[in-house]
Every structure is written in structure tokens, then in C-alpha cells.
Write a new protein. Structure first.
Length: 184
């Protein structure tokens, strides 16, 4: 049985279809999961925190779970800046061992000063989607240099990651798949 993963654009601006499709392809490759873009006009309008001028990633996760989605796992992608109360910002957040994750592109733009996305931007977004989705499969932060599951507190650390799981994380993911009855 295949695992379904849906990537859903919930940002303020229009979706970048090329980025959504390339993110789907990368997620599918890493997790060997049937991955598609999900389309809906619903948005978590109540997640904005006026005091912080950011959106609560935890509120978005709760909204994702409560509204239901097409099944499997869902990664909501947005262009708004995200936070959790104890951090200035986050690139994303996921339910550990759950079904939902959210990733923000807001702080992943290339440092060239240009607001236009680049291939470096695309690669960063893909890495963060894979990272947050990994948490939904129960993967924790990893200390192996270059593993996509390493913690990132700035774009330099995002750039240092590969778009792949290290061998230990790949083994843990395969164990999860076997335990859940999914076979390749």
C-alpha cells in the first residue's frame, strides 16, 4: 500500500506551480510515496498574530488537522512568516508521528537582495518540505552532518543539508514503513 502525501499551497501570493511540482518529485523520491499537489481555496485566516506580525505555525497545524484533508499526509506550504512562541521564527513545524506539516518560504529567499526566487531558493524549500514531512513519519532531528533531518536555525545550515536522509534516518524510515504495513 502506498503512502499518500499532498503538498498544498496556502500562501498569500499565488502558488509557484513549478516549485510545487519539483517539491512533489523530490518528496516522492526521498520517501517513495505517492505525492500530489492538492488544490483548495481554504486558508487559515485566524493564524496571524498582530503583536508579532507573524503567523502561528501551531495554529496552522491545528487548522490542517481539524479541517480534514484528502488522506495520508499533508504539507501546507506558505509564503507568510511563521513562529512558535519560544522562537523568533521557524521554517516549518510538523506533528511528530502525525499527518500534518507546514513550511514557510518567507525566510528562504536567496541572500542576493533580489526578491525573485532562484534555484537555491527552490532547493531550500524542498529540503524544508522533506525535513518537516520526515517528522510526520516520526523522524527526530539528526546530528549527522548533511542529513536533511538536521536542525536549521539559519539558511547557512539549510544550505549545508542534502535533500536526502542519512543512512540511520533512512533505516528508521524503512522501519516505520514496515511497522505501518507499507512495503516498497
Amino acid at each position: 500500500m502506498a503512502i499518500d502525501v499532498h503538498l498544498w499551497w496556502i500562501g498569500a501570493d499565488a502558488a509557484n506551480d513549478r516549485l510545487m511540482e519539483s517539491s512533489c518529485a523530490s518528496v516522492e523520491h526521498v520517501f517513495r510515496a505517492r505525492t500530489r499537489v492538492y488544490h483548495s481555496t481554504d486558508r487559515p485566516l485566524h493564524a496571524f498574530d498582530v503583536r508579532r506580525q507573524q503567523h502561528s505555525s501551531t495554529t496552522i497545524l491545528k487548522w490542517l488537522v481539524s479541517r480534514g484533508h484528502p488522506g495520508g499526509r499533508i504539507v501546507a506550504m506558505t509564503d507568510v512568516d511563521l513562529f512558535i512562541p519560544v522562537l523568533t521564527f521557524v521554517y516549518g513545524e510538523a506533528q511528530l508521528g502525525g499527518t500534518a506539516a507546514v513550511v514557510s518560504t518567507a525566510r528562504l529567499l536567496a541572500d542576493s537582495g533580489s526578491p525573485r526566487p532562484t534555484s537555491l531558493f527552490d532547493e531550500r524549500v524542498v529540503k524544508e518540505c522533506i525535513h518537516e514531512l520526515g517528522h510526520t513519519f516520526g523522524l527526530l532531528h539528526c546530528d549527522t552532518p548533511g542529513c536533511v533531518m538536521t536542525r536549521s536555525v539559519n539558511v547557512i545550515e539549510v544550505d549545508a543539508k542534502r535533500t536526502a536522509l542519512c543512512e540511520d534516518c533512512a533505516i528508521r524510515y524503512r522501519e516505520f514503513r514496515q511497522k505501518d504495513g507499507h512495503h516498497e
